[in-house]
Design a protein around this ligand. Structure first.
Ligand code: HEC
Length: 146
């Protein structure tokens, strides 16, 4: 697979267009205006960062649930949106409240999952570096319309 940067950027603008519309109509406290300050990173570098997620997540066409839900198309999707996956009560509540996985919200979640979502089943310390988060989100964005 060789996803170029321009391809990721294109996917991003499509995604932001779509999520922007979703978020504007949402009353969820955590759903913030898409595109406010978040800058996508480098999808190629993000593919390497994603190795830290692979113990629990698959992404791409045909990705399946492992410990965590498949992340294909996660950007712009409702939190807890994979049918049949057993989310934590914390995630199910956020889902009902209308949380959408904008790049900004994923960025906050990945910084420290347990702070963003107390009670989450995602046992992952978090990605401390801004660049790692921006890169892995850019990588996820390349799978957003599959
Ligand atoms: C130890 C296993 C584990 C690791 C490592 C992990 N996750 Fe997760 N992830 C989970 C679980 C379990 C959930 C479901 C959480 C819940 O229900 O509270 C989840 C949920 C998510 C969600 C929300 C999905 C949805 O459908 O609502 C995103 C986005 C996500 N993870 C991204 C990542 C990324 C990116 C990484 C790597 C930087 C990562 N995760 C690393 C286990 C993991």
């Amino acid at each position: 697979m060789n996803w170029g940067k321009s391809c990721a950027a294109m996917a991003l603008s499509l995604v932001l267009g779509a999520t922007g519309a979703l978020v504007v109509g949402s009353t969820a406290p955590l759903a913030q205006a898409a595109g406010e300050s978040f800058e996508m990173g480098d999808a190629k570098a993000g593919e390497k960062v994603f190795r830290k997620c692979m113990a629990c997540h698959e992404v791409g066409p045909g990705a399946k649930a492992k410990v965590g839900p498949p992340l294909t198309g996660v950007i712009g999707r409702h939190a807890g949106g994979v049918d049949g996956f057993e989310y934590s009560d914390a995630m199910s509540t956020k889902s009902q409240e209308g949380l959408v996985w904008t790049p900004e919200n994923i960025n906050h979640m990945l910084a420290k999952p347990k702070d963003f979502l107390p009670g989450t089943k995602m046992s992952f310390a978090g990605l401390r570096k801004d660049k790692e988060r921006a890169d892995v989100i850019a990588y996820l964005a390349t799978f957003s319309d599959k």
